[in-house]
Structures are given as C-alpha cells and as structure tokens.
Ligand binder design. Structure first.
Ligand SMILES: Cc1cc2nc3c(=O)[nH]c(=O)nc-3n(C[C@H](O)[C@H](O)[C@H](O)COP(=O)(O)OP(=O)(O)OC[C@H]3O[C@@H](n4cnc5c(N)ncnc54)[C@H](O)[C@@H]3O)c2cc1C
Length: 509
C-alpha cells in the first residue's frame, strides 16, 4: 500500500511532473490516487492500489480519459479555460459561473462527460466543484457565523481550481431508526474533539459516490434539520486522511467484460462507499461551518448548483435514451407502427422537457454572492419530472426491444464456427448486420436492464432526495401568488392571508 502523503503535497508533486501547472493528464490523475488512502473492497480485502483493483480500475480509467480530454486539441476548449488573470489553463469543472455564458460553458463540459460516460457516473470530473460553489453562493450566511470559515470556502475553491481535483459529496446521515434523537444515533458523524488546529470527527457518512475515485469529500448536513450541534458540520475531507476508511459496495459491472458484449459496463462504474471516520483529524483550513444549526436544512440553497448539474446530466442522458429508442425502431423496422411512434414521442417529450427546464433555469439564473445560480424553481420542477418519468422511459426502451434484449449472444457465441454463421443469417436488422444489431441490444441491456443500470436508476431516483421530498419542496417554494391573486380578484374571492401566501411564495434569499 502506498504511504499516506498530505493531499496538498501529493497533488503538487503530481502536477509539477506534468505539462500544465493546473491540469492533470489521465496518468497524473491515476498517480494522484496512490496516496495511501484506506479502502476495503466487497470481499473484505484492503486495496493496495485503487487504480489497479478490478472493481475500480475501469471506472478510474474512464475518468482518466476525461482528464486527458483537457489536453486533446479537439476538446481542450470545452474542458478547460484560460484564466485571464494569469493566462493559465484551468478545468472548466472548476470555473465559478458568473455569467450565463459561463453556465453554458460548464454545461458543454458536462455534455462531454455525460456522452463519454453515458451519464452513468452521476459525479463525473466536472461535478466535484458544485457543492463547494454552493457554499460560495451562500457565503453571506457563513460569513455571519465566522469570517474565517468563509475564507476557508474561498481558499478551498481556489485550491481545487489550481489542483484539478475531483470531489465527492457527503450529505445524508447513515440510515438508522428515524425515531431516535440525533445525539443517540451512534453512526451520525460528529465532532468528538476540538483542538486549536482543527477538529476530530467520529461516525460515518453513507453513499459517497466516486469518493474512492476522487481526492476530497465535501461534507454537509443540509438534509438533516434536527441534528444536535456537535453533528452540525460542513467541511472538506481529504480522502487519504488517517483514520478514514472507505468501504465499497458490491460491484455491479464485471472486470472481464468486453466492449462488444457490454458497451457501457465494460468501461467500469462509479463506485459508492460508506466512509467510516475513526477519529479523523480535520485541519482548520477545511472547516466551513461548525455547530451552526441555522445552516441545517439549507439544502435547496446550498445544493442549487448540484441540482442544476444533476438535472442537466439527465437532460443529456435523455438525449442518449432518445438516440437508443430511435435507433432501435429503425433497425427493427418497427417505426411505421403508430404505437411505436407514440412511445418514441414519450422519450422525445422527456428529453425536450428536461432541456426546457434547464434552459429556463439558466435564463432566470440569479447572482447569489457573485455566483450565478440557475433558477431553483425550474430546476426543482424539472427534477421532479426527471425522477417520476425515468422508470417509464426505461420501460419504453425495454418494451420497444421485444426479444432483442433476450436474444443476445456473447462474442464467443458469434465466433462459434457453426452457430455464428447461422446467427448472422437469421438475425439481421434493417441496415445493420445481425452482429451489429446484437451489439446494439447489448448497449440497451447495459442502459436499461443490467445490474449496473439498476444501480444508476437507484442513483437517479434517490441521490439528491427522491420524488416525495422534491414534491414537498416544490409545493413549499414555487411562487404562484400572482396567478392566485388574479383568480381570486376575478371571482371576487377574499385574497389569501399572509400565512397562506407564505406557503407558496417562499423567499429564498
Ligand atoms: C446509488 C446512490 C448513490 C448516492 N450517492 C450519494 C452521494 O454521492 N452523495 C450523497 O450525499 N448522497 C448520495 N446518495 C444518498 C441519497 O442522498 C440519500 O439516499 C437520500 O438523501 C435519501 O436519504 P436516505 O437514504 O437516508 O433515506 P431515508 O431518510 O431513510 O428514507 C427512506 C425512504 O422514506 C421516504 N421518505 C423519507 N423522508 C421522507 C419525507 N420527508 N417525505 C416523504 N418521504 C420520505 C422516501 O421514500 C425515502 O426513500 C446516494 C443514494 C444512492 C441510492
């Protein structure tokens, strides 16, 4: 196992060996992960080198390719930008959006990472900044608590920009009996010691997607309004912190699969893990808020940019779903059936409506403390659509496939001297050979049927709170006071009182 190196020194060492001061190549990224982190795989073994482990290697290689795109002449203007202040190139993923053009540029980088990974990495390279920038967008509230913490947020964003980091989010508490009072939940992450140079944390955080494949986790407690003060905590945690153990879930892709048999899964997966903090020391510079129960519950505000990214990624995934649906009916020759066209139209509607929500959100974006935040009302409404209709879209893809998802054969079967030629003869599609059609349905399997697709469906449903919670939020926050006032005036009804109005005219700032 590699020895633990301070994250800053490791990143500086890695960057100094490369061609750009603030950008890593894929190889540099892989080297940056060999930093002594403690990870336990699903068989209970300690992982010596995450970049070589069968459950992690392919996913890391996939993210490494996105790092490499920062140097590819064809893509570097999408994945990086030149900072006018020093003339150096930085990752677009760490560009603080200040204008609509910036949001659009960030979205282009997101398009690239989504098309590259088919969006099955919910936390791709360019996502990592979203939570830190969320903190930046509400920095006035942090400043009120402690101006040093506010400076820490600013410095963390600057540090991450300069070091091209991937950061995971850790928001919910570990799942346990909800009836227990917060201070009796042993697993809840909390401060157990406060020192002059930092704090010591004990407990756990669940579901750290991409954590083991990244450099930091940004911790917040914004979905837990009833925590006790010791557990009210926002901070950054270096993944290789002494005392921190990342425990991996069971893998959902096979390390041996090839591209033809599994066009998506053969590129690996984003791994989720639970992070166990066994007296982990967090230096002062990484603390963003401590014991401030007023910040608990500021989920929509602090995660507004995260939610925009999540919805925009799904918007690009929906384009891929549409491409899959259309290609399917074209190669099966079923596109002349009206029922089939109706089903494809549902995917078109899903894709177009997610896009409409994103474009409206960007059009009505607001500057919060110098960060341009897409309109939360359109993002929240869009997220509800995206979650509720996701199972329907998956069902349509499976339904339109007919037997295609089952009459799939492995590349080894196609190579069989007797069976292969028969399959070639019996199974061709419209304009494609039988084997090409088979590869296409392997892709649809990975997208909508296999274990990996189930993990991704769970992620899409739950990662940033599920539909009932989003619905409550929409009811609470969507301003419909003007049309209600109009209707009541028109019908001569008494106007709503302040209390009722407050219910649906939530003032965020
Ligand atoms: C694959 C996957 C990856 C994830 N990755 C991340 C990540 O990277 N970072 C991160 O921070 N989180 C991540 N999450 C975690 C996710 O944010 C939480 O699972 C989510 O917030 C729900 O919290 P919980 O699991 O504790 O559900 P619980 O609070 O235990 O709730 C269980 C169920 O009860 C219902 N319920 C609970 N509360 C309400 C309510 N108020 N109103 C109506 N119904 C309710 C819902 O059906 C809910 O699913 C991930 C989740 C999954 C499945």
């Amino acid at each position: 196992m590699s020895t633990i190196t301070d994250t800053t020194s490791k990143l500086m060492e890695v960057l100094s060996a490369g061609p750009e001061p603030h950008l890593m190549t894929g190889e540099q990224y892989k080297e940056s992960l060999r930093d002594g982190r403690r990870v336990i795989d699903s068989k209970g073994n300690e992982i010596k080198d995450v970049t070589a482990h069968p459950a992690l290697k392919r996913g890391i290689d996939n993210l490494a390719k996105v790092y490499d795109s920062q140097f590819d002449p064809e893509t570097k203007d999408v994945t990086t930008f030149v900072n006018p202040e020093d003339g150096k190139r930085y990752s677009t993923g760490w560009m603080v959006p200040k204008t609509k053009e910036d949001l659009k540029r960030r979205r282009e980088a997101l398009r690239l990472s989504t098309y590259h990974t088919f969006g099955v990495f919910g936390r791709p390279n360019d996502y990592g900044s979203m939570m830190a920038m969320g903190f930046l967008s509400i920095i006035d509230k942090i400043e009120k608590e402690n101006s040093e913490y506010a400076d820490n947020v600013r410095r963390f964003v600057e540090f991450s920009q300069k070091h091209n980091v991937i950061s995971a989010d850790l928001i919910p508490d570990v799942q346990t009996d909800k009836n227990l009072p917060s201070d009796q939940k042993k697993g809840t992450l909390r401060v157990v010691e406060e020192r002059s140079d930092g704090i010591v944390l004990r407990g756990a955080k669940p579901c750290g997607s991409v954590g083991v494949q990244g450099h930091f986790a940004t911790v917040s407690t914004a979905t837990s309004p009833n925590l006790d003060p010791d557990a009210a905590l926002w901070c950054a945690v270096p993944i290789n912190s002494p005392g921190l153990t990342l425990v991996l879930r069971e893998p959902v892709t096979s390390p041996d699969s090839n591209f033809e048999d599994h066009p998506i899964d053969s590129h690996g997966e984003e791994t989720d893990n639970m992070m166990i903090f066994n007296d982990v020391f967090i230096p002062n510079k990484y603390i963003f808020s401590l014991r401030n129960t007023k910040l608990l519950g500021l989920y929509r505000e602090s995660c507004a940019l995260c939610h925009w990214h999540i919805l925009a990624r799904l918007m690009y995934r929906a384009e891929i779903f549409l491409a899959a649906g259309q290609t399917m009916v074209d190669i099966l020759g079923t596109d002349s059936f009206q029922g089939v066209r109706d089903s494809v139209s549902e995917i078109i509607s899903y894709s177009a409506s997610l896009k409409a929500h994103i474009l409206a959100a960007e059009e009505e974006a607001e500057l919060w403390n110098g960060v341009l935040v897409p309109s939360t009302k359109f993002v929240t409404a869009g997220r509800l659509q995206s979650i509720l209709l996701y199972p329907r879209i998956m069902h349509i893809l499976r339904d339109l496939s007919g037997q295609g998802l089952i009459s799939r054969f492995t590349s080894e079967t196609w190579e069989h001297p007797e069976i292969g030629p028969l399959l070639d003869e019996y199974l061709p599609g419209a304009g494609v050979t039988a084997r090409e059609k088979n590869t296409f349905f392997n892709f649809v399997w990975d997208l909508a049927c296999g274990s990996h697709s189930s993990r991704v469906a769970l992620f899409e449903n739950t990662n940033s709170t599920n539909a009932p919670v989003v619905q409550s939020e929409l009811y609470r926050s969507y301003d419909r006071s003007e049309p209600v006032k109009f209707l009541r005036e028109y019908l001569g009804l008494p106007q709503v009182n302040r209390e009722m109005k407050r219910l649906y005219k939530a003032d965020l700032k």
